[in-house]
Design a protein around this ligand. Structure first.
Ligand SMILES: CC(=O)N[C@H]1[C@@H](OP(=O)(O)O)O[C@H](CO)[C@@H](O)[C@@H]1O
Ligand SMILES: [Mg+2]
Length: 527
């Protein structure tokens, strides 16, 4: 067919290495950048089909987040700014793995299965991170879109959450905001300024935050945003990408996993620090105390802080979930899409991964209730204040996906409103000492889990072995699961002391190594 001639022609410029098999995993496609050109072209094709199928704008983000500079990757964004729906993840994998001569057949298969009207217009938004490879890879996406006669808008360098935001703005006809980077800064910063307007304790220290930009796109965008904050927040930026290497010895993943500050920065006691990851969809906070001890405030701490803040205002509106409960906790499998969907079931849903990816979702009904109270001239002062607080929270938070910049603004606003230091926030509760390890096995799929990935059902005997190890330690828990993004098994443990958590993690790693087909050297004790 004539309409596919351009696809054939263009795809030969983005050929697939024969035999290469990649999978659309928890975070899209992600691997060494030199294996991705054909994937990008094909994701341009798929995004165009998805756009025709949903009659909406679709996003394609070129990034490998916290992975090393040499890697790259791609994620598709659905119309409301959420991750692409699972059925299309399957198509993505099929299209990516079709050999060069079978590409059209794979494409037509999707068109047929989804009954796509090829005359429908298509619109695709494309963004990229700061990796060297991102420029040519995002061009390959654009080539894919144009070869199916789709329209594209290239946002160039943006954070992942900014692109999610643009897609949502576009598909809500501007209701969510203006689909420009300027519009994003204006909306978030105005909400921040409103939120902190009456904060009592606005000393210079209170207003000052140190940001580790992971030498990535987040650093660039913080610089761009600064002016919009009208000095209401003072940001000292480190790892801004001028010298250091992306994600190298810095960034949210490094700080969270290593449980130490980025290399090469000096943290004075009392200073408040945060780290973004390489595409700025994650954030963690930290500080050192007067003894020089490092303290991390990860996604769990941010989650509970948000909940405590919101609960202070929601009482006014009788916001409840459908079962009439005031608050409820849910656990899901790893991956933002699972958390996001669980959070959507509530009037206000707050979710975070421990690694610092998370946000707050407000149902339409909740937003409307809040808006009515703000507008109603008969609302009494106290209620109005609470309603305004929630309205500005809605505007500062990026509801489409976890967003380091937006989360930083909300956390900074809460600290200012409460007049709290990062130490006081940290003191709300203590984390049990914990440890995360990886074990290499020949095929990680031999581990199957249940109960939101908290129990292993295979290989036989693994869970029983973990259970009996856990019993040896006080206040202990341990989980194992195959990673969705790396070829490893993840081991998590916690216990009353760091020594116990480390010892337990090591013992569980050994059990995984022995029962699940470990490769390479046996895991060694941490101490
Ligand atoms: C321990 C950890 O940080 N796991 C991350 C990581 O998944 P793994 O399945 O652990 O590789 O990448 C996911 C996608 O970005 C993210 O959802 C998840 O939280
Ligand atoms: Mg990321």
């Amino acid at each position: 067919m004539a309409q596919f001639q351009e696809v054939i022609k263009q795809s030969s410029l983005h050929p697939k290495p024969a035999g290469l098999v990649l999978q659309y995993g928890t975070a899209g496609f992600r691997t060494n950048a030199n294996q991705l050109d054909h994937i990008m072209f094909r994701m341009g094709l798929l995004a165009t089909l998805r756009s025709k199928s949903t009659k909406a704008t679709i996003g394609v983000m070129v990034t490998a987040s916290h992975n090393p500079e040499e890697d790259n990757g791609v994620k598709l964004i659905d119309p409301m700014g959420e991750m692409v729906t699972p059925a299309w993840e399957v198509y993505a994998t099929q299209l990516a793995n079709a050999e060069q001569d079978d590409l059209l057949t794979a494409l037509k298969d999707i068109i047929e299965k989804e009954a796509i009207n090829m005359n429908q217009e298509a619109n695709v938004f494309v963004g990229k991170d700061t990796r060297c490879s991102s420029a040519s890879l995002s061009q390959a996406v654009l080539d894919g879109v144009s070869s199916l006669a789709g329209h594209s808008k290239d946002y160039g360098l943006v954070t992942t959450p900014q692109l999610h935001y643009m897609v949502c703005c576009q598909n809500t006809g501007g209701k969510y905001g203006e689909a420009t980077v300027e519009g994003y800064y204006n909306k978030l910063c105005q909400a921040f300024i409103q939120l902190t307007k009456n904060a009592s304790n606005c000393t210079d220290d209170q207003k000052h935050v140190h940001v580790d930009g992971a030498n990535g796109i987040g650093a660039l965008k913080v610089r761009e945003m600064e002016g919009h904050l009208k000095k209401k927040l003072q940001i000292s930026l480190f790892n801004d990408g001028c010298q250091g290497k992306l994600n190298h010895q810095c960034g949210a993943d490094f700080v969270k996993v290593q449980q130490k500050p980025p290399t090469g920065v000096k943290i004075n006691p009392g200073e408040r620090w945060c780290s973004f990851d390489g595409d700025a969809d994650r954030i963690v906070y930290y500080y050192t105390d007067s003894e020089g001890q490092f303290h991390l405030l990860d996604g769990d701490k941010i989650n509970t802080y948000y909940i405590a803040f919101l609960c202070g205002y929601t009482g006014w509106f009788r916001l409840e979930d459908s079962s009439g409960e005031k608050g409820q906790m849910r656990c899901t499998k790893t991956g933002v899409k699972h958390l996001h969907h669980a959070a959507q079931e509530f009037d206000i849903g707050v979710y975070f991964e421990a690694n610092g990816h998370g946000t707050v979702l407000f149902s339409k009904a909740a937003e409307e209730k809040i808006q009515l109270l703000v507008k109603n001239p008969n609302t009494d002062d106290e209620r109005k204040r609470a309603a305004l607080m929630l309205q500005n929270t809605i505007n500062v938070i990026n509801q489409t996906v976890g967003d380091a910049i937006s989360d930083m603004l909300l956390i900074e606003a809460i600290l200012a409103i409460k007049g709290m230091t990062v130490q006081q926030w940290d003191a709300i509760y203590s984390d049990l000492p914990n440890r995360q390890l990886k074990v290499k096995v020949s095929d990680r799929r031999v581990i199957d889990t249940t109960d939101a990935e908290r129990r292993a059902v295979s290989p036989a005997g693994l869970q029983e072995a973990i259970d009996s190890l856990v019993k040896k330690y006080r206040q202990a828990r341990s989980f194992v699961r195959p990673s969705g993004t790396e070829d490893v098994v993840r081991v998590y443990s916690e216990a009353e002391t760091q020594e116990s958590a480390d010892a337990l993690a090591h013992e569980v790693s050994l059990v995984v190594y022995r029962l699940a087909g470990g490769v390479g050297d046996e895991p060694k004790p941490l101490h």
